[in-house]
Write a protein that binds this ligand. Structure first.
Ligand SMILES: Cc1cc2nc3c(=O)[nH]c(=O)nc-3n(C[C@H](O)[C@H](O)[C@H](O)COP(=O)(O)O)c2cc1C
Length: 209
């Protein structure tokens, strides 16, 4: 870890732009070098406005489980808002991580892939409201179609069709569809669209959550 370099980079970034700058970090380099507290203080001094922390150190990659004690310690020592991140995949987990860390909010990555309704479910639960139900398969396919249309528009069809494949992989898990390669062979937006329609019509899908 090079704290002086971190300070230099953060100060330069904050000075270079007119918008608030947020920072995302892990808990440290490895189990012997948990430095989130030191980096958080440096970030705050450098003018960072919001700090997100993934509760794993770098050497862990995605192995093991995220820990939230370090995040709680950071929340105690800095005044800027801290977002807790790592392995949050349900309303109950969101509540427990917020309670444990005292964080200002949470950040969710993998659990929302192919499952964007998770945010509304967590938000409702945190507000003491009934969680909106998980969409039915035909609704999920319609949602994916809408998302893919936006992807084609944003990236153009050629790139969009390729980007669509990873989203299909994530959504198809939610739909419990075993389709290792079928969708990946499709070469146009129209073919992908037809594929989703066929899935809906064949009703080969069932919700698994
Ligand atoms: C597809 C994908 C892309 C990601 N890209 C970034 C990134 O650009 N910068 C970053 O700091 N973390 C990135 N991450 C890591 C996540 O922000 C997050 O810290 C990590 O996945 C742990 O949170 P989770 O358990 O909710 O997924 C990415 C994760 C995924 C799954």
């Amino acid at each position: 870890a090079q704290p002086d370099l971190v300070a230099e980079l953060l100060k330069a970034t904050v000075a270079a732009v007119d918008v608030p700058v947020s920072l995302k970090i892990r808990t440290g380099v490895d189990a012997q070098q948990i430095n989130a507290l030191a980096i958080a203080r440096i970030a705050e001094d450098a003018g960072i406005s919001l700090l997100s922390i993934h509760g794993r150190h770098r050497a862990q990659r995605y192995e093991g489980q995220a820990e939230y004690d370090t995040i709680a310690q950071v929340v105690d020592v800095v005044d800027i808002p801290v977002l807790a991140n790592g392995d949050i995949d349900s309303p109950a987990k969101a509540r427990s991580v917020l309670d444990h860390t005292g964080a200002a909010g949470i950040m969710i990555g993998r659990a929302a892939l192919g499952r964007p309704w998770l945010f509304a479910q967590i938000k409702a639960a945190l507000n003491g409201l009934p969680a909106p139900p998980t969409p039915q398969p035909h609704e999920i396919l319609a949602l994916l179609q809408k998302q893919l249309t936006a992807i084609y528009q944003h990236y153009g069809e050629q790139t969009g069709v390729r980007i669509a494949r990873k989203h299909w992989k994530w959504y198809s898990k939610q739909l419990d569809i075993d389709d290792a390669a079928g969708f990946n062979r499709l070469q146009t937006a129209s073919e992908q669209h037809q594929w989703l329609l066929a899935c809906a019509e064949n009703q080969i899908t069932k919700p698994n959550r």
